[in-house]
Design a protein around this ligand. Structure first.
Ligand code: 3HC
Ligand code: NAI
Length: 696
């Protein structure tokens, strides 16, 4: 099958790239595109050429799947150079998303016109890369230093009006792209206008003081970031080259720095995450499932989670019925919703009119029978099994027969919760993360009796909400919170052995986590995990060493930020400082438990903490709770602040080597054999010389 189709209309050759879904510039596309362009260039019946994308979009970039494999000629930079060198006018007619290499093809054409809904941009930085097919040199020449830096360093696309304003495109097609593109090109052809190459474009501003200071400011800001990507500073170097050296020397520099970035571990990790996010949404066993129409969502409980879930649903165009216990709680819930929407209006993210429309789609209620027409009912009441159990029994009696019943529980057993329903096949867990209107992760917890239609409909609902859904089986805490428990346990063992919470938080932040484990607990409230520990106390294996520091803090009313004290002490403006009393309490615990403190280096702290996550995750995968290692990475990155540029814990483990990881666990097991029991899967992979990636 061809990936490039050509047709000639009255002297204009239309070259259409056809490589669904996003017209990525694979080896086949590159070969056929350059051949088609050069054939048209040598055809005396052709006066001008239009390049466009068939289907959804102009090319959305190089084919990312080819990175890491041996490169095959013609390379994209060469394709761009050969297009630019043609003597007949070439116009890029852009619709959809012209991104990365796609925009570089457009920049190599002699003219650019874009549909009014089109978006253009250089998202390479999100993959730890820089535009590597002349983009840094041509775009800087077309639109100037600051706009080029903004585009390449942010990775965010801009709309066609903005692109025209900065000179990246020539015209916006407001009505119909192809006829307007043809008329644009014909008028140039009829005037015998010479071709205009981006490589020859020059703005005086490129060599001015403003350009110098834009480059300097970027350098400073990157130097101030603790975990800047190598690609960030390389982009600045390439843009600077565009202002200082000739085009072809600039291209050579860009090529060299692109290859460096491509070989960096950060780029490998970010590309892994790009595909992991997309794979996560592909649940096994959905082939023949049917998706029901969802218009109205019932949300029961309008506390922290319920009100934010309601906002997420309203933002995505659903009607929402929000049920609270009484009028007072309902008033609080609706004020919370109003405050979130008002903040969005104040920041300019939400037009006032849209806010009014959203509030008009919200039906506040104090009677749970109001969800009688809801297609999905999400429960977000207190984390108490009997409260939730009673609620679902009552809900089943009033909900539509085909309505989906979902619990937002963080830890409770979905099989038990849905077990006594008449129709457990329509029950599942939808575990949102706080704040639910902003966090993209959604664990879709599939019970033993949940049917595929319920899962498929929930999956479609998640996508409509703009979430990244990850499938989880049933266990205490599902994927994310179960790993979190093991991580905290490993950190607590280090507390017993001599580390402090402040040191562990610092080490984990230094590693790249958004927050350390103890400051995170202070933020979410120590009382929540305290009540869970009390619930699970009897089930806990008494042979495991236990650090009761958090319990002791709770007994003293130190519940974290909300009480001004937890592991840290908080000032009036929320600033935190470590507390001597916590260190003394810890000393007491060490004496009581007979632990002698020793010193820990940051590296040992990180190794133990990440090993705990990976070992637990491997058990979760082995038990079939997570479908694949890359799903764990997605959960950790989107729900628990794991650095994206490290690719998630499973990718980190692969990078470290599973043999070494297993040896470390063996070492840790010398003091805590029960906790550090290696996962069977991890041991098997390490012995076989395999990696987690082999299971993705
Ligand atoms: N290469 C290969 N596959 C790609 C791709 C690419 N550049 N972009 C998207 N895909 C694939 C996805 O993996 C997915 O495949 P799947 O269906 O098998 O899971 C499919 O296309 C659809 O993608 P999305 O699910 O993301 O579709 P959306 O409609 O949500 O989004 C998009 C479309 C905005 C184009 C989004 O896919 C995207 O942002 N793509 C990446 C764009 C990008 O990073 N381009 C730069 C690449 S690097 C480059 O060009 C280097 C150059 O400078 C040399
Ligand atoms: P919350 O205490 O802030 O809110 C619970 C709300 O439910 C209260 O407003 C209460 O009035 C209401 N409620 C209780 N019984 C009710 C009933 N029978 N009918 C109607 N409303 C009722 O609790 P939060 O934090 O919102 O948690 C809710 C659920 O979400 C819990 O299961 C929790 O484990 C889970 N969760 C919490 C997260 C968090 O970060 N807070 C994250 C993910 C899940």
């Amino acid at each position: 099958m061809n990936t490039v189709n050509s047709s000639v209309r009255d002297g204009i050759e239309i070259i259409a790239i056809s490589n669904p879904p996003v017209n990525a510039l694979s080896h086949q596309v590159r070969s056929e595109l350059v051949a088609s362009v050069e054939r048209a260039a040598s055809n005396p019946d052709v006066a001008g050429i239009i390049i466009l994308g068939e289907g959804r979009t102009f090319p959305a970039g190089a084919d990312i799947r080819e990175f890491g494999r041996p490169p095959k000629a013609p390379w994209l930079p060469e394709v761009c150079n050969r297009i630019e060198a043609v003597q007949k006018p070439i116009l890029a007619a852009i619709h959809g998303t012209a991104l990365g290499g796609g925009l570089e093809i457009a920049a190599a054409c002699h003219f650019r016109i874009a549909d009014s809904n089109a978006q253009v941009g250089f998202p390479e930085i999100n993959l730890g890369l820089l535009p590597g097919a002349g983009g840094t040199q041509r775009a800087t020449r077309l639109c100037g230093v600051q706009p080029a830096l903004d585009l390449m360093l942010s990775g965010k696309p801009i709309n066609s009006s903005k692109a025209a304003e900065i000179g990246l495109i020539d015209e916006v097609a407001w009505r119909d792209l192809l006829p307007e593109a043809e008329s644009f090109l014909r008028s140039r052809v009829s005037r015998s206008e010479p071709v205009r190459r981006s490589r020859d474009a020059w703005k005086d501003s490129l060599s001015g003081v403003e350009a110098e200071s834009a480059l300097l400011n970027c350098r400073k800001s990157i130097a101030g970031k603790p975990h800047a990507l190598p690609a960030q500073i390389r982009i600045v170097e390439c843009v600077e080259a565009a202002t200082k050296v000739n085009f072809f020397d600039g291209l050579a520099k860009e090529r060299r720095l692109f290859s460096e970035c491509l070989a960096s571990p950060q780029s490998s990790a970010l590309r892994h995450v790009f595909f992991a996010e997309r794979k996560a949404a592909k649940f096994p066993g959905m082939e023949s499932a049917s998706v029901r129409t969802v218009r109205e969502i019932g949300v029961i409980g309008g506390g922290t989670m319920g009100s934010a879930i309601a906002v997420a649903c309203l933002q995505s165009g659903f009607r929402v019925v929000l049920v609270e216990r009484d009028a007072e709680q309902l008033g609080r819930a609706t004020r919370r919703i109003d405050a979130v929407l008002e903040a969005a209006v104040a920041k300019g993210f939400l037009p006032e009119r849209k806010k009014s429309e959203m509030l008009a789609s919200l039906e506040p209620a104090t009677d749970f029978r109001s969800v009688i027409d809801s297609d999905i009912v999400v429960e977000a009441v207190f984390e108490d099994f009997s409260v939730k159990h009673r609620l679902f029994a009552a809900l089943e009696a009033v909900a539509k027969p085909d309505a989906i019943l979902a619990s937002n529980t963080s830890y409770l057993d979905i099989n038990e919760l849905g077990g006594s329903l008449d129709h457990p096949e329509r029950f599942l867990g939808l575990h949102f993360f706080a704040p639910a209107n902003r966090m993209r992760l959604l664990e879709v917890v599939v019970g033993d009796r949940t049917n595929p239609d319920t899962v498929a409909t929930s999956l479609a609902f998640a996508k409509k909400l703009g979430k990244i859904p990850v499938r989880s089986g049933v266990c205490e805490g599902f994927i994310g919170n179960r790993i979190l428990t093991a991580y905290r346990e490993a950190c607590d063992l280090m507390l017993l052995d001599g580390a402090t919470p402040f040191q562990i938080d610092g080490a984990m932040r230094g590693f790249g986590m958004k927050m350390g484990p103890y400051e995170t607990m202070d933020l979410s409230g120590l009382d929540i995990s305290w009540s869970r520990r009390k619930r699970l106390k009897l089930a806990r294996d008494s042979r495991l060493r236990y650090c009761g520091l958090a319990d002791k803090l709770c007994e003293r009313g130190r519940f974290g930020r909300k009480t001004g004290m937890g592991f840290y002490v908080y000032g009036e403006n929320g600033e935190s400082r470590p507390d001597e009393d916590v260190t003394s309490l810890l000393e007491e615990i060490r004496v009581e438990t007979g632990c002698s403190g020793r010193s820990f280096g940051n590296e040992e702290i990180r190794n133990r903490a990440i090993a705990a996550k990976v070992n637990e995750a491997a058990k979760i995968i082995d038990e079939g709770i997570a479908s694949r290692p890359s799903d764990v990475d997605v959960v950790e990155i989107h729900g628990y602040g794991f650095p994206r540029w490290l690719g998630g814990p499973m990718k980190c483990a692969d990078e470290m080597g599973l043999g070494l990881l297993l040896a470390n666990i063996g070492e840790y097991a010398k003091t805590d054999a029960l906790f550090w029991e290696p996962s069977t899967l991890l041991s098997k992979l390490a012995i076989d010389g395999s990696s987690f990636d082999d299971l993705n």
